[in-house]
Design a binder for this molecule. Structure first.
Ligand code: TRP
Length: 332
């Protein structure tokens, strides 16, 4: 069976953007592939270095997020990066095969330096995290990696490392993993910002209550040029319609088309369409909330899911690491 590995950085709870970017693909693939999902807690230090204790809290939330959307712990192996020391040993070896310039040339790293305003104050670990990510993936020899589009740069780096070490050891110890992009590349924020993110305060979380969802939707950015419901409105690029198209069930598609037509002609107000969207999102989120509530009652089960996964992955990672060290002669 082919192996899928993907991961979340536990710096906050997961939101609707994560759902269409990667969770949906995980759900689809969980029965066809052997699936591993990691919580990259060391990686989370890139943003939470001054409050490391928050990372464990977020890790539990993100595990709940994954379980609540319907990932089945009986078929998926969940594990924690910091519980697998072999990952760091692999990353140390990998880092010797990546030039410093190549690491700095990673377009996602460059974007993050800009968008987070890091200037020249980024840590060595920050520049290095794509190398850790390669070790996350290659320690279990993951072949398919369901991730958002911004992660493609890291996958490219992972493939380069795999190729380089396969050549070096004249073997095929590592696969060259492929990214699997989601149905929606990037979900627009509720404020119309092309990116949804915690620090932007423009998210709808999978764990948001009905009232929170309603509040978020009612405050959503729509068409700034439209003042009265009788003004013709713009549907294209309008977050309310983007969310409707993205999250509505098949049965609601006709109603959405009707609203679009009316909106363009100035025959329906923002409030009515927003109320409709609130209903659609709450219908979508309700089973997720219910599953979450069930799992929240069982903290021991949550811990044992991680414990079991950690044990299982350590065995695999140790095997991979030993194989590499042996082939490189690092085994005195
Ligand atoms: N960098 C990924 C993100 O921020 C998270 C991640 C860490 C990951 N390790 C991974 C994703 C390995 C896929 C595979 O979203």
């Amino acid at each position: 069976m082919k192996r899928v590995l993907t991961g979340d950085t536990p710096t906050g709870k997961l939101h609707l953007g994560h759902y269409v970017g990667t969770l949906e693909n995980r759900i689809k693939l969980q029965n066809e592939y052997e699936m591993f999902i990691l919580f990259a807690d060391t990686h989370a230090l890139t943003t939470l270095s001054s409050t490391p204790k928050m990372i464990a809290e977020y890790t539990k939330e993100v595990l709940l997020d994954n379980l609540s959307v319907g990932l089945d712990p009986k078929s998926v192996t969940f594990f924690v990066e910091s519980a697998i020391p072999e990952i760091y040993e692999l990353a140390a070896i990998f880092s010797m095969y990546v030039s410093h310039n190549r690491a700095l040339r990673n377009p996602t790293i460059k974007d993050e330096i800009k968008s987070k305003g890091l200037g020249d104050q980024y840590s060595l670990g920050f520049i290095n995290y794509p190398i850790f990510q390669a070790a996350d993936i290659l320690c279990v020899k993951g072949q398919v990696v369901p991730v958002g589009r911004d992660q493609e740069a890291h996958l490219e780096q992972t493939r380069e490392i795999a190729r380089e070490l396969n050549k070096l050891t004249n073997s095929d110890i590592f696969p060259e993993p492929q990214a699997l992009a989601g149905r929606v590349g990037k979900l627009i924020g509720t404020d119309g910002n092309p990116k949804m993110g915690k620090s932007l305060n423009n998210t709808i979380y999978l764990s948001d209550s009905k009232d929170e969802v309603e509040k978020r939707v009612m405050n959503m950015y729509t068409d700034p040029k439209r003042i009265h419901p009788s003004d013709p409105g713009t549907v294209e690029g309008n977050p309310v319609f983007i969310y409707l198209d993205t999250f509505a069930a098949e049965k609601d598609k006709r109603q959405i088309e009707e609203y679009k037509n009316k909106y363009k002609k100035g025959e329906v107000g923002d409030v009515e369409v927003k109320k409709f969207l609130t209903g659609i999102l709450n219908e979508f989120l309700e089973p997720i909330r219910q599953r979450r509530a069930e799992y929240e009652k069982k903290p021991d089960l949550l811990q044992s899911i991680l414990d079991k996964g950690n044990v299982r992955v350590r065995e695999d990672a140790a095997r991979t690491l030993n194989e590499l060290k042996q082939k490189m002669g690092l085994d005195l």
